[in-house]
Design a binder for this molecule. Sequence first.
Ligand code: 2P0
Length: 328
Amino acid sequence: MTHGDPGVTALASPNLALVKYWGKAPGGVNLPATPSLGISLAALETRTVVRRLAATSQSNDRVEIAGEPQRSSRFEDFFENIRSELGAEIRFDAQSRNNFPTAAGLASSASGFAALSLACAELCECPLSPAKLSAIARVGSGSAARSVFGGFVVFPAGSPAAESFAPPDHWPELRVLICRVSESEKAISSRAGMEHTRRTSPFYENWVTDAESVYNRACRAVEQRDLEGLGEAMRESYLRMFATMISAGPPFLYWQPESVALIHLCERLRRNGIAAWETMDAGPQVKILTLSSYVPMVRAAVEQELTTAHVLESEVGLATRLAERGPS
Ligand code: 2P0
């Protein structure tokens, strides 16, 4: 089937939202209702190889993640859109691997669709601008629009594409401790969760209206490398996002007891003068923003609090890119 065909390999990192995208605007596919600001996580990586399915094949595009065939319904719209954007007629065969758990609240769909978009475009020999690539990746998953870029990335409300805000080396001391408290897949996908929230939470409209000012404060704090200012805006963003979920009908909660323990731990650390600003996404994992000089202390505190937690340190990462071609 793919004998000897090396295909095209792309690498992408998930993009951690410091200010959250949660809810879709009308008028397009995965247009965000709220502006978001995120960073690429260097320590997490998706590697995707895309090959051309044989011309005689009548079959659909194929996607495997870690060797497991995926439901084609999750990818149909994405592939139809990218074929139309690239003016290509081919069918794609994609094999993807993550160096972290899939669908566990670590933004695997963001890095997955970013890598897939770049590899498909390269396979069709269609170089695309980052903005175009971002808009194509967005059709797969809203957060993938941010994952196309490295460093600090913004995704304005209603925009078809994300934009670079600052390069990866803008804030060299910044670190993220990714604290994995659970490896199980989440019961409710982000997509279903945000739609349910939009339809049923009486807080949803306020969440959208309020998001702009939190986002503006966070952007200013990033510009000024002000971790306290950023941390305060980050906490408002994630906690208000979760307020829309626990006020939905019926409510739902991604948090586990270990997540709550780490939220309290960060508060204790800050009271003791140690910069540790947590955020969470659609899953139980806790990500702690800190500075390189505090990493040993924060890591030790997390490991003492939760002996089962798996802690991974990350710097701010690079944009989605092609892997170097190995010897043929
Ligand atoms: C984010 N999340 O900004 C937010 C914070 C989760 C919480 O973007 O429906 O998987 O594919 O656009 O991108 C997760 O939502 O949802 C997400 P779709 P996606 O990172």
